[in-house]
Structures are given as C-alpha cells and as structure tokens.
Design a protein around this ligand. Structure first.
Ligand SMILES: C[S@@+](CC[C@H](N)C(=O)[O-])C[C@H]1O[C@@H](n2cnc3c(N)ncnc32)[C@H](O)[C@@H]1O
Length: 389
C-alpha cells in the first residue's frame, strides 16, 4: 500500500471513530474529509505521551512516514509542536511545558460544533497554532471571514504557509489575542484554542450582541471548563460551561508552580503541623468535583498526588498546605503556612459539592461584565463562590 492509500485509510478510520463518538455532524463531516490535516503537521512533532525515560518522543515524517501519519490521524491525541515557548521538535525527544500544538481531532470537532457558526459569518480565532482549526473554519464561513491571531512569530509563519499551500487565505495575524481585537470586529464568533484564567473583556467588546464566545476557562484545580458565552446588548456575556477539556494556557498565564515551590522551601521548617478531621468524599478522583472546587474557592490552588496527599496554595502566594490522609480515613496530617486556612477551604468545597448533589460541569455557568466574572450553578442568580451565595 502506498503512503497516500495508507493516509486515506487512516483518515477514514479517524472519521469513523469521530462519528461513533458523536463528534462529526453536518458540515463538519464534509470539512473533515476535505481539509488535509497532514498539511498542517510539521515533519517532526512530539508525541504527547511521556516515554519511560521522562521525555516526549518525536514522530519524524522522514524517518518513519507511517508512524507520523498514524499520529496525524489519531483521533484522541494532539501533536506537540513547541515546548517552553521556544523549543522545536527538531531538538529531539525532550521534556517541557507544551506551548503549541495541533489540537486532537476529538477536541477540534466538538469545539466547532459548540461554536455553531453559520456559513458566511465572521470568526476570530485566538491561537492559530498549526492553522488546522482555521482551515476548518474557512471551510465553514469562507476564508475572507476568518481572522486568526497567534502570539509566536515562527508559529505564525508556519501556519500561514500551511494554510496558503492548502488553498486557504484567512487573515493570519501575529499578536497577543487577549489585548486587541484585530480588524473586522465585531465578530459573530470568537473561539480561543488556549485556556484563559479570565475571559478578556476585549473579546466581549469584539463580539456583536447576540454573538458567541467559546473558550477553555482555566481553573486552579486542573481541568479547564469549556464555556460558551452569549454577548448581550449591555456589553455583558453569559452562558454555560459545556464540558471539561485540557488545554495549554495562553502565553504568560503559565502556572505559579515555581513561586509556590520557593515559598514552601523558605517556610517549610517553620510551618505548623496538626491533625485535622475531614472527609473529602471522592472529590480528588472526580474532575467535575475538582472543577466545582475551583468554582467555590477560585483562589485555592489544589492538586492531589497518587499517594493521596493534597498540595494546596493560595493564588496570592501567601499560603500553602500539604494534607496527608491518615490511615483512619477520617483525618489528615496537615502542614501549613500563611494566613489562609487552605485545608478548611478544601473541606468546605468538598462538602459544598456533596450537599449541592455533586453537580457536573454542565450545570455551571459564567457571567462576565466589565467588572469581572461570576460563576453560577443552574442560573445566574445562584453564584457559587464561597461568601457570595
Ligand atoms: C493549542 S495551540 C492552538 C491549536 C490550533 N488552533 C490548531 O488548530 O492547531 C495554542 C496556541 O495559542 C497560542 N497562543 C498562546 N497565547 C496566545 C495569545 N495571547 N494570543 C494569541 N495566541 C496565543 C500558542 O502560541 C499556541 O500556538
């Protein structure tokens, strides 16, 4: 079988899987068939699954064209094209923070489905990356109606080349997509393909009343919530979270992990230790629970390691805590520093999630105004954050 036949077979298998998973409807099915995904993937990319040596392996088109094609048409995997804002896969296997990719088909297609953009309408994409999602948008609304913004110059260059070579001519701009809305605003739709800690008000200003914004909203507890907001005449936007997703953050919004580690190191010896009662239920095993914890305590950063220890810190970088479960299953050994009682916040968040009936992400919504954001449960009149309800 030639490589072209093999590609067709893989592309069909990928489409079949997306269809079976309920992700390919209507125009998306046609666009997926037309857009050559392989034309947007650099010859060398990192496979996003860490190998036993602690690095991400490279899929190299020249060395192993079939393995590269299999990666291109894997329905569930993004392919990493940059780490740490500068590393390129030509550097070989590496470990680092993902900073650019071609998103997985099973995230691109559902996002475009949620965006629900009618043909001929204007779309702003934040985070061009490979250009593949922009090409899909061009199939839907026409190239002249798509503006895509990318912060990294080298990535812009590659995306523009790929788009033009595949016959698409959207406006590809280099810049910070959170700051300004580029030309042709207001748009009918704004779609972000990197997660944001807060919806930039510029996106609301750049959307027509009645238009929509789709963006992965970052949390402090792990998963992002993909939120679909409708913009109103008064310059506010509101809507539901539609599902949990994993996205790399917008540049400059990377985690405060290093600063927390420094705070912990410098205060470790003087930290208090106590045994504290607490029942967290299944919070740590449930992504919806972690999302709910963020909604309730948005200034609490929380992660649990495989041994069950919770590592907590406050977003104002004044406090941290480590809570190790005790064998009795009803208490924790808590080591802590700083003015915030972070374990109490964690326990209260778990209890709030339980008494609220363990709501899943789709019961939460978000309202954004010029003053800020409010996360709510079921309706905008029910704010979630502790102290607001
Ligand atoms: C997950 S990738 C995008 C995937 C892409 N849409 C595709 O179809 O392959 C996220 C991209 O957002 C870009 N980015 C990060 N911060 C940005 C910002 N403030 N403005 C514009 N682009 C940004 C990154 O450089 C990266 O290329």
């Amino acid at each position: 079988m030639t490589d072209a036949h093999y590609r067709d077979e893989l592309k069909q298998a990928c489409a079949d899987q997306l269809t079976a998973d309920g992700h390919l409807h209507g125009w998306l099915r046609t666009a997926f068939a037309i857009v050559p995904r392989e034309a947007f993937v650099p010859d060398r990319v990192w496979w996003p699954v860490m190998g036993p040596d602690g690095t991400f392996p490279v899929r190299d088109r020249t060395a192993d064209p079939r393995a590269w094609l299999e990666a291109v048409y894997d329905p569930h995997r993004p392919l990493i094209t940059q780490m740490d804002d500068h590393l390129d896969p030509s550097a070989g296997p590496a470990a680092g923070r993902f900073s650019s990719s071609i998103s997985a088909p099973d995230i691109v297609c559902p996002m475009l489905h949620h965006l629900d953009v009618p043909g001929g309408h204007g779309v702003l994409e934040i985070g061009t990356g490979s250009g593949y999602n922009a090409a899909m948008l061009c199939e839907r609304v026409g190239s002249s109606n798509v503006i895509t913004v990318e912060i990294d110059e080298r990535i812009v260059h590659h995306a523009r080349q790929s788009l033009y070579a595949a016959g698409y001519r959207p406006h590809v701009r280099c810049g910070d997509g959170t700051r300004q809305v580029h030309g042709a605003a207001p748009f009918d739709r704004v779609i972000a393909t990197a997660s944001t800690r807060a919806i930039p008000y510029a996106w609301i200003e750049g959307t027509v009343p009645g238009g929509a914004i789709l963006a992965p909203h970052a949390t402090t507890t792990g998963p992002s919530g993909l939120v679909l907001l409708r913009v109103d005449e008064a310059g506010a936007a509101a809507g539901r979270f539609v599902e949990l997703v994993d996205f790399m953050p917008l540049r400059g919004q990377v985690s405060q992990g290093d600063a927390v580690a420094r705070l912990r190191e410098s205060t470790w010896d003087a930290a208090e230790t106590a045994t504290v009662e607490g029942d967290l239920g299944n919070l740590g095993d449930n992504r919806n629970g972690l999302f709910a914890l963020w909604a309730r305590h948005p200034t609490l950063r929380a992660a649990r390691n495989p041994e069950g220890t919770w590592w907590l810190s406050s977003t104002d970088l004044t406090s941290w805590a480590a809570a190790r479960p005790r064998p009795d299953g009803e208490s924790f050994r808590v080591k802590r520093h700083g003015p915030h009682d972070l374990f109490a916040e964690l326990a209260e968040g778990a209890e709030w999630w339980r008494v609220s009936g363990w709501p899943e992400v789709a019961r939460f919504g978000l309202t954004v105004t010029g003053e800020g954001e409010t996360v709510w449960l079921d309706s905008p009149g029910r704010p979630v954050a502790a102290g607001l309800g």
